[in-house]
Every structure is written in C-alpha cells, then in structure tokens.
Design a protein around this ligand. Sequence first.
Ligand code: NZQ
Ligand code: ZN
Length: 386
Amino acid sequence: MRDFTFYAPTRILFGKGKIAELPEHIAAIGKKVLLATGGGSVKRTGIYGALTELLQSAGIEWVELDGIQPNPKITSVEEGVKLCKQNKVKAIVALGGGSVIDCCKAIAAGVYHKGDLWEMVENNDITRALPLFTVLTMAATGSEMNGNAVISNMALNEKKAIKSELLKPVASVLDPTYTFTVPRFQTAAGVADIMSHILECYFSDVHCAAVQDGISEALLKVCIEYGRRAVVTPTDYTARANLMWASSLAINGLTSCGTGNAWSCHAIEHQLSAYYDITHGAGLAVVTIAWFDHILSEKTLDKFVAYGKNVWGIKGEHPFAVAKEAIAKTREFFSSLGLPETLRGLGIHSSEYFHEMAKKAVKDDLRHAFVPLDEEDVVAIYSASL
Ligand code: NZQ
Ligand code: ZN
C-alpha cells in the first residue's frame, strides 16, 4: 500500500427528515445563501418547498440560481458567481444531483477567482471557496462528500474536472426518500457510475490493499443487489438507502487511498459527454465493458479473477474463463438495469471524433493508468463501444 492522507470533513446528515437539522449548520456560518437547483425536479417533488420553509423559519435568506443542466455548463457557473457577488452571500446550498452540486463547487471557488472562470477550471486554480452545503437528490457521483467537480464548456467541446479540499461540502443531507422519484434510467446510470468509481480504484497495480479491496467488493455487491431492487421498486427505502451511502463511500477517498491510478473509463467517458452531452453513468456502462475487454491479459488476470470470485461469486478453476464470465456478468447486469450496451444506444452513430476525443482523454495522465493507455488504445475502446 502507498502512503496516503485521508481527509473527509463533510458532516453527513443521513435519513428520513434529516433536512430539519441543516439550517442550524448553515446559520452557524451565515444567514444569506445562494440556493441552486436543476431543471425543476425538486420543485415538482416538494423537496424545494420543504427546504425553503426550513430556511425561512431559521431566518436564512436566499437568492436563487435554477436551471442548472446535467453535465453543468460554465455559463451556469458564471451566472452563479455573479449572483453570489451581487448579493454578498455567505454560503451556497446545492439542492439536486451531482450536476447541481458540481456547478455550486465551481461557483464557490469562482467567487474568489480574479479573471476568466473557464481558465480557473482548466488550470484547477482554486485558492479559496465559499462554504458549501448539499441536499442530495440522486445517488451517483459522490460529489456530496468529495472535493471534485466536473464542468463542461460546450463551445469548446471540453469537460474538465477541478479538485480541491476547499470544495468538500461542510454538510450534506442524504435522505433516501428524496431519491424515490429518480427515473429508472437515471437510477441505473447512477448505479453504473458508483460501480465505476469503485472499479477505477479496485483495478489497481497496488497489491495487498486488503482493507480497500474488501470495502470495494462489499460496495460493488451492494450496487448489484440494491441497484436491481431500486429499478424494480423505486420506493424501496432499503435499496435507496444502501445505494445512497454507497455513492458517497465509493468516491470520498476511502477506496482510493494508498491504491490510486489514473482513472481510465472516466477520462474516456468525459470526452463522450463533452462532444455529445450524454448521461455520464450510461456512457460509463458502455465504456467499462470495452475497457475490460481491452485490458484483460496475463498481467491483469489476477484482479479480474478476484473481481469474478469475490463480487460475482463465480466458481471455476480456469482463470481466463472466470475473468471472461465476470465481464459478461457485468455487461448483463448493466443491460438488465435498462442501460444501453453500445454508443449507438446512446445516440452516437459515428467514429468522426474518436481520434480528437482520444487525444484529449489521454491528457488525463493515462500513461499512469492501471494499464497505461495511449491514443490508439483509446480509439480502439471507442470503436469497440460503437
Ligand atoms: O435537473 P433536475 O430537474 O433536478 O433533474 C435531474 C436530471 O435531469 C434528475 N434528478 C435528480 N434527482 C432527481 C431527479 N429527477 C427526479 N427526482 C429526483 N430526486 O436526474 C437528472 C440527472 O441529474 P444529474 O445531477 O445530472 O446526475 P448525476 O448526479 O449523475 O450528476 C452527473 C454529473 O456529475 C459529474 C458527471 O460527469 C456529470 O456531469 N460527476 C461528478 C463527480 C464528482 N463531483 O465527484 C464524479 C463523477 O464521476 C462524475 O463525473
Ligand atoms: Zn463518475
């Protein structure tokens, strides 16, 4: 295991009705906030009404930024920074999924950034940030408990991640009942995203990380069992609760500490979102299978066998057969959730941008991935996914 620092300062308020505790934590910092939301789901479901009532009772004023889109755009970040500065807010409250939370992280840092906000994102130039609170409405990205955010600039076909300890939320409300209304496709995409976060760390060249491996395998099994249940019965509290907590633990540093390599599937998928604005988790489901097929070899076999035996319960003596069955089971699982198996299923019918996207993807340090990937490897993975 490599040396590491683990720092997860976010206070998690987990459970039904836990939102009631949020205002006291906000008020300890300030009484004027930016309240940010997405395309309107929180207004339809009533979570917005519950939150604003609580803020009002606690004497907390808010200014609103709504309409943040999936794959949040730099234009929303610019709008939010302007609102924060004009209204001298003391903190930000993000109410939504990963896209709303990520946008708010960039706004939180953008308020203190002198100069162009896209340059801040491109250079990960974060020096200070407003305190951030989140009320999570879907289980997927883990943004509620980490310091990462991913912002898109559609004019440039770019999607870039920023990362800083300063962006870790002060407190996050995780009420599983808020995810009852997440549509089937988004639930499934969220499960694929959580699993990918775990797999990107689990498939590591660091051996003997028994704690991280054990946690990862348990979380993967949770995703498989409760992912199945949540798409069949959206109001299954146990399923939603387990997925929600898995989403946070999958990418809060716990499974990656001491083991991390550069993340291959995320680098490859982020380009698909940057060019085609597709749903992140659905893109990952497709890319992960093609990546698995591409990297399976004598050198990586042990990890595939561990994954097959410990996560999927595959019995068998022949290592390559176990590895291939593990890949097949992963593919079948994603498909059973209703996720597409190909890029065509996501509306991408041409290889036109594969080379351009591959060039950008490898910049995410894919030389230092579990299996180092160059541009040709990435083009091959896109082509196999088509
Ligand atoms: O916009 P609204 O109306 O709220 O609807 C959203 C949106 O259409 C809907 N939704 C969310 N909660 C709902 C709901 N609909 C009904 N009921 C609810 N309770 O679901 C749709 C997708 O929401 P979004 O926030 O885009 O999904 P997700 O949480 O998957 O976030 C995806 C973004 O996060 C980035 C992705 O790249 C993508 O841009 N990621 C962020 C990471 C991080 N910060 O650590 C890591 C990830 O790997 C990922 O890259
Ligand atoms: Zn992800």
